[in-house]
Design a protein around this ligand. Structure first.
Ligand code: GDP
Ligand code: MG
Length: 180
């Protein structure tokens, strides 16, 4: 892996317990954790080819422990692309998605920015309370002015769409950078 490839700074945000760490660790280490410490905030890197182009992903798995919102804004300012996670089994987590996306626009001072929204825990079909259509409607509202926003359903447990969600985020960033 060439060291000359500039790392892409990805920030993973969302409510507590939705699977931010599980998605990050499944993607970067191919492991599923049942009780990863919810207070750990750490970065993980992974290099991979995406559409025949090498990418170095530098993923910040946030833990929402920031005492001051200014700290949150500081790491968000460094993010080049965002993964906003909710759980399809948790209504409260879903309700926070819109304000988190608004926070990204505000901190980046842009009304379009690369954002993947992940509806996680799709393996827990019986506990599902957020329909796919509901999440898609939310993302479609953003797509009216942010073409770099997309929705995908994932399971960190079964690894369903775990590579895809990170790869698609890099694809959105590449499009965003190409359009200037
Ligand atoms: P975080 O607070 O957002 O980082 O959430 P975690 O990644 O620590 O996950 C919280 C809990 O949900 C843990 O017990 C995980 O094992 C579990 N979990 C995370 N993702 C999934 C998933 O896709 N399916 C299932 N069944 N459990 C998950
Ligand atoms: Mg966590």
């Amino acid at each position: 892996v060439s060291k000359s490839v500039k790392p892409i700074k990805i920030v993973v945000i969302g409510s507590g317990g939705v699977g931010k760490s599980a998605l990050t660790l499944q993607f970067s280490k191919s492991k599923f954790f049942l009780d990863y410490d919810p207070t750990i905030e750490d970065s993980f890197s992974k290099s991979c080819y995406i559409d025949n182009e090498m990418a170095r992903l530098d993923i910040l798995d946030t833990a929402g422990q920031e005492e001051f919102t200014s700290m949150r804004e500081q790491y968000m300012r460094l993010g080049q692309a965002f993964l906003v996670v909710f759980s399809v089994t948790d209504r409260k987590g879903f309700e926070e998605v819109d304000s988190l996306i608004q926070l990204i626009y505000r901190v980046k001072d842009r009304e379009a920015f690369p954002i993947m929204v992940a509806g996680n825990k799709i393996d827990l079909q019986n506990d599902r309370c957020i329909d796919q259509s509901l999440a898609q409607e939310l993302v479609q509202r953003h797509q009216e002015f942010n073409p770099y926003c997309a929705y995908i359903e994932t399971s960190a447990k079964t690894r369903l769409n775990v590579d895809l969600v990170f790869h698609d985020l890099v694809r959105l960033l590449r499009l965003y950078n190409a359009k200037g």
